[in-house]
Design a protein around this ligand. Structure first.
Ligand code: SF4
Length: 610
């Protein structure tokens, strides 16, 4: 077993001492997958780094014990000299990270990196080690391993680099594997392949896997035991089946209710208000109390301990102690209200045979010699008040389609076809004032709320920019009134207008981005993966907001995503894209429920579900 007992880890920060892990206990057996889940900032990744003794310079372990089995006894990892720990790292415990590019050395061929791991941790040397490396590359599904072994990492795709990293880690034949968000950066189909591979290797080698992820669908498919972390502590740990069937901690229940799916269509998702508290605070009561929908009077002043609720099932909550007050409130779900805009009538946007191609090489006379065709004749329409989801793997042309519609590619690409607004104005050919006016109607929200706001502009300036350009008729007072109403609508405080983007969390920044899009009163918003960088609970807040805005304003959405749960929850129609073309389209229920195309079926089958 890999055992962690009452581990405490602190980081020195400007704000004070951050208690990133506060009394963590877990046990991972050979052959088992133990999933550590929770929102960003709850201490999951720090736990992984602490087990490997790879803490940042400002971090230190303050108390606790980490051990693995060694012969008939146990090896205390925290007390080991660094030279011995280096053998354990890699040799006994392997680790794979979310981003393979940061773990592979870009100037060394991948084969050399795998051979190094083999020579460091197994008796194989030279040609035998190279033959073993080729065998591992084949095992992890790299085609032509005899040739690819001499490639540099940059010649490989993200999925292939992740496979190389898995090969490199497993080639050292560890007994335990720590996988920190191993598939978060990958497409669903590649993710499914990597997870299958991990399952297979685990069964074959009796690997104990500590899986760290925020994706509950992945946990459902992989884990036998789950531990949910909140603010540096485990708040519930249970066998996976029990955790998903009957979670006990209010935070676990809310997280599962926050997941969008077909069953919740028309209802608001359970959004968990607030954020994880800063860990430099000293806590007098339950850390989850300010966000808990079941909080009782004494929750703010009493520290809950983990209590046994069954074999391997423990919960940190006063509801499961004699401090439980009379029956706690059941959370009240808001009833679905009928949509104000049923979405009948002629299309607001019609895309006809849209083609987008980028010049790769210029010829002698300035003409393009080689083209990359990103979108190859795409057609669809969106009616007022409706949501069309565009789904597919990375690189299939979804984002390019969205950008072409909002006229962001005029300079970089050659566009053909028609993008008709109200059946008459072709956005691809509008110029001057007409284009400006049409831009007001069609706005876009991007995936990364950190990159899409100018850090040198206060929120007021960010939001005002669009108003000044597209609604010049408003004077300063009217602009201010409009912006105040907007921040109210997207659920921010009015003083947010005077603040800077860096002062906000990811979810708040996405609200600012939504407010910026709404400021010019658009009729259609292209939402390009607007929630994929966000935690489940924040995603629920943003989806609720978009749904509410659609109901109130009759907005139409083109929703670009790879998250099928979000599609089921929000979309009226779905179009599935593959290699620049739409391969299947239709009503959401029909496409997702009984897909006709093989590609759609494969895509749906690859999505891990709770
Ligand atoms: Fe909620 Fe109280 Fe339980 Fe904390 S102890 S999770 S506040 S009910």
């Amino acid at each position: 077993m890999l055992k962690v007992d009452e581990l405490k880890l602190a980081l020195d920060a400007d704000a004070g001492i951050v208690r990133a892990i506060d009394g963590l206990t877990l046990a991972l057996s050979r052959g088992e997958t133990f999933a550590l889940v929770g929102e960003s900032g709850c201490g999951k990744s720090m736990t992984a780094l602490a087990l490997m003794r790879l803490l940042p310079d400002n971090g230190r372990i303050e108390a606790g014990r980490v051990s693995i089995d060694e012969g008939a006894g146990e090896l205390d990892l925290l007390g080991l000299p660094e030279a011995r720990m280096r053998e354990v790292r890699g040799g006994r415990i392997g680790m794979i990270f979310q981003e393979p590019s940061t773990s592979l050395n870009p100037v060394l061929k991948v084969g050399r990196q795998i051979v190094e791991a083999i020579e460091a941790h197994t008796p194989l040397r030279g040609a035998a080690a190279r033959a073993k490396a080729i065998e591992w590359l084949r095992r992890v599904g790299i085609p032509e391993p005899e040739r690819r072994i001499d490639d540099y990492p940059f010649r490989m795709s993200g999925g292939q680099k992740q496979r190389v990293m898995i090969a490199m880690t497993l080639a050292a034949e560890p007994d335990y594997l720590i996988a920190d968000e191993p598939t978060t950066a990958l497409d669903v189909t590649i993710q499914a392949q990597i997870l299958d591979l991990l399952r297979e290797l685990q069964a074959e080698r009796r690997l104990g896997v500590l899986l760290i992820t925020h994706d509950l669908g992945v946990v459902r498919g992989m884990a036998s035991q789950v531990a949910l972390m909140y603010a540096g502590q485990i708040v519930e740990t249970a066998p996976a089946d029990e955790f998903f069937a009957a979670p006990k901690h209010p935070y676990a229940r809310l997280l599962l209710q926050a997941l969008p799916d077909a069953g919740r269509r028309g209802e608001p998702l359970a959004a968990i208000a607030g954020t994880v508290p800063p860990l430099w605070e000293s806590f007098r009561g339950c850390r989850f109390a300010p966000r808990c929908d079941r909080a009782m009077v004494h929750c703010a002043n009493e520290l809950p301990e983990l209590s046994e609720e069954g074999p391997a099932h423990r919960v940190r909550c006063l509801l499961y102690t004699d401090r439980r007050e009379a029956l706690p409130r059941e959370p009240v779900a808001e009833r679905a209200r009928p949509a104000a805009h049923p979405g009948d009538g002629p299309p607001l946007l019609e895309v006809r045979d849209l083609q987008v191609r980028f010049a790769l090489k210029q010829g002698l006379l300035g003409g393009a010699k080689q083209w990359f065709e990103a979108v190859r004749g795409v057609s669809f329409s969106i009616r007022p008040g409706r949501t069309l989801a565009l789904v597919g793997e990375s690189g299939c042309g979804k984002t390019t389609t969205g950008k072409a519609i909002v006229q962001l590619l005029r300079r970089q690409a050659e566009l053909r076809g028609q993008v008709l607004l109200d059946g008459r104005q072709d956005l691809l050919h509008l110029q001057g004032d007409e284009l400006q006016a049409a831009r007001r109607s069609v706005q876009i929200i991007f995936q990364d709320p950190f990159a899409s706001l100018n850090p040198r502009m206060r929120v007021l300036e960010v939001l005002e920019e669009g108003l000044l350009a597209l609604r010049p008729e408003l004077d300063a007072a009217a602009r201010r009134r409009t912006l105040e109403t907007l921040v109210d609508q997207v659920g921010l405080r009015r003083d947010a207008l005077e603040r800077w983007p860096h002062e906000f969390s990811g979810g708040q920044r996405q609200r600012i981005a939504i407010a910026r899009a709404l400021a010019v009163e658009p009729r259609l918003i292209v939402c390009d993966e607007p929630t994929s960088a966000l935690d489940v609970s924040v995603q629920a807040q943003i989806l609720n907001l978009l749904r509410e805005l659609q109901r109130e304003r009759g907005l139409s959405f083109l929703f670009i995503t790879h998250n099928i749960g979000v599609v089921e929850y929000l979309a009226d129609e779905v179009a599935v894209m593959q290699a620049g073309r739409i391969v299947e389209a239709g009503a959401c229920g029909a496409v997702l429920g009984s897909a006709r195309e093989d590609y759609t079926r494969r895509l749906l089958a690859a999505v891990p579900r709770v």
